[in-house]
Design a protein. Sequence first.
Length: 255
Amino acid sequence: MAKEMVEKSDGSFAEFFMTDRYGNTVAASGKTSDFVQSDEDWWQEAFSKGQYIGEIEYDDSAGAYAARMAVSIKDEKGRPIGVLSGAYNFSSILKMVDKAVADTPGKRAVLLDRSGMVLADTASGHKDILERNAVEEKAGYAEALKSKDKSGSIVYGDKKGGDFLAGYAKNSAVCGFDSLNWTLVLSFPRDAAMSPVSSMRRMVIIMVAVFSIIAFIVGNLIIARISRPIAVLSEDAARVSRGDLSAGASVVLEG
């Protein structure tokens, strides 16, 4: 069942696994790094509060940069009897960031988490994810992160003396999850802009505003894709707990 869920996610999830109420892994799409999950913060939060979404990090179990997501599985009386966990493959977000700069030479896209850690950087080919804090590199990024506006424009200089015009969009925490509070910064070399700065600024703002909408939709889609099977899984798990071992093959992920 868990392996089928990964296959039906079309690459969005690197793994799925399910535990019982004690945190023991009872089903998995592949080999997990640990059998007992109850000592993990994400498991405890999902089991007690109903759901969990973590920060982007390298997931040893999934073998990829991913966001750990988990939801509780409940019986017919609403009592938690287990946890379903998935590792959302961050590569799908990287592809979206790449598309944002694909049509304009010299354009750069940087995706930052709430603290300024780099989640994506098209200039480096995303090779230094979570290894750099962009706020320490460019004052313009700090300005974008501190701004209370959801979108705007800034001009900043680099260490080589070049000036860049940039637009930014902030994706507020989706469904209350601060781990999805991201900022996208799109920048151009200022001397490469053929149009007046004011026109360039408007164009950048429009582009990042579009991203802001997309990011919100993606954030909710991530939650929906892992939450959708829970109703069915809860019923299946309850049937298994009553001794019906034929349950457990009815989950289908919608694209």
